[in-house]
Design a protein around this ligand. Structure first.
Ligand code: CTP
Ligand code: CA
Length: 227
């Protein structure tokens, strides 16, 4: 197959992408999770590799095959993702947190399967670490670009700006999960990019093209750090 070689505009960059949901078990058979398929994060990893980057993909459980050429680190819980990201982030010149991390986990993990005859269990939840918030303070802003995602069903710009500031990000991609044919489990997306220079609305398009347009925005606006 003849394939046009993509512009190598991410050559020399090390890109860390997180993708997919996390799973928070509460007994040996069951877990709390969310609807993330991992498609957006995998598209970002795939396109970054094609454009010349070295790519580390930290992924929660998905049904996707690992993109060629990418270093895949598989995790399941938010705490495992937290640990994997802390292990690898220092190598990265670009960090993109596309994962849908479970905000809460069960405070108790039952060693035996919960039986329905014992009555409905009450699950107490406790918060998971906010990995991106932590990266906002840990990363070196002169050498590392930090990009967050936000899944929103309304107030896109307001929520995007709030998270951009709160987590000390360079850029946030707000994902419309409220409209039809957008966001979770679909192949398409409508991203709104927000940074301190303003707002860029990307078209409703495939996740692969959304990923390329996000890289175009980063490269075109000179956001990449000198290596
Ligand atoms: N994120 C993270 N660790 C968490 C929760 C979120 O790293 N425990 C990251 C996500 O990967 C994403 C960004 O933070 O890049 C925003 O996630 P989102 O769920 O939209 O925002 P939250 O800060 O969790 O706020 P809320 O869910 O209440 O809107
Ligand atoms: Ca959240």
């Amino acid at each position: 197959v003849l394939r046009k070689l993509a512009v190598q505009d991410l050559a020399g960059q090390v890109v860390l992408v997180t993708a997919g949901p996390t799973r928070e078990p509460y007994d040996p058979a069951r877990f709390l999770s969310n609807r993330s398929s991992g498609k957006m994060g995998y598209a970002l990893a795939r396109t970054a590799f094609r454009r010349g980057a070295e790519v580390i993909l930290v992924s929660g459980p998905t049904h996707l095959s690992p993109p060629a050429g990418v270093r895949l680190v598989q995790v399941s819980t938010a705490r495992q993702m937290h640990e994997a990201v802390l292990t690898h982030y220092q190598e990265a010149s670009v960090i993109v947190k596309a994962a849908a991390v479970s905000d809460f986990r069960s405070a108790d993990e039952y060693r035996e399967k919960i039986k329905k005859d014992q009555g409905a269990p009450v699950l107490r939840l406790e918060p998971n670490p906010d990995i991106l918030l932590e990266l906002g303070t840990l990363r070196d802003p002169r050498q590392q670009l930090l990009v967050g995602f936000a899944a929103e069903s309304s107030n896109f710009e307001q929520e995007g700006r709030r998270k951009l500031a709160k987590k000390n990000l360079d850029l946030i991609a707000v994902n419309d999960i409220g409209s039809a044919h957008c966001g979770f489990e679909t192949d398409a997306n409508r991203l709104i990019l927000i940074d301190n220079d303003g707002v860029t609305e990307l078209p409703h398009t495939s996740k692969m093209r959304s990923a390329d347009l996000l890289w175009d925005h980063i490269v075109g606006n000179g956001l990449l750090r000198e290596r």
